[in-house]
Design a protein. Sequence first.
Length: 291
Amino acid sequence: MIHIALQKQLIATNGVMLLDIDIEIKEGDFVTLYGDSGAGKTSILRMIAGLMTADKGYVKVNDRIWLDTKNKIYVKPQQRRIGYVFQEYALFPNMTVKENLLFALEKGQDKQIVNELIELVELGELKNRKPDKLSGGQKQRVALARALVRKPEILMLDEPLSALDHSMRSRLQDYILKMHKQFNLTTILISHEIGEVIKMCDNIFVIENGRIIKQGNPIDVFTSKQVSGKFQFSGEIVEVKREGIIYVVTVLIGANFVKIVADKSDVKTMTVGDKIIVASKAFNPLLQKIN
């Protein structure tokens, strides 16, 4: 179990904001911090990592206390078993793919983990290239592999896929999920993409002005009622068209369009641009607007 309780006075867009959270995360869970820019999400990750000082705080990871301001306990960042992946890759430009990973090794650590990770993210043929010869998706795979070199207890992902196109984003989501399971990680993701959150996460913490306002299963949090069914996917409405007594709702799912037959009661509160979840109920499609 991971217990994180943090307080920090931050300068936000509208002035001073008090970040004040107290959450627990089960070991092995994949969770998301979700909220508007400036809500305090990145500051939370930085305080967990020890890169930002909390005014008051307590961080306990499994049986070890990393931070306890009351008892003046502070574990240095390099002693916290954390993998941190940023949006901007942060690779060393003068090093090859393999050298970037080797640089992350702890003193005396077996180098074989580097070869294993390079193969896991399918960069074997590119291991001797420098970052300027890689695509954005390839760079992010290197950053992800590098974050796992020291076998972290917590993997933290600060919007790592936001600059990528949908196809590459989807592939890297799969890579991240694969690594999360294979390395038995506890993963904390910052994301603004609802579909990404639903696909990847066990639990979500919605943050507003430095405080947790909602938490739970992503679908339960994003919808006004529980959705169940044999299939579920999320997308964006691009067209609502009446055809006789029925309506046809066109939904953009990734790079694909799906047309769904609906009745008036289904679409009366929906409009183009709305995010929705599509599920099944008694073999019929069920549309649920995401709040």
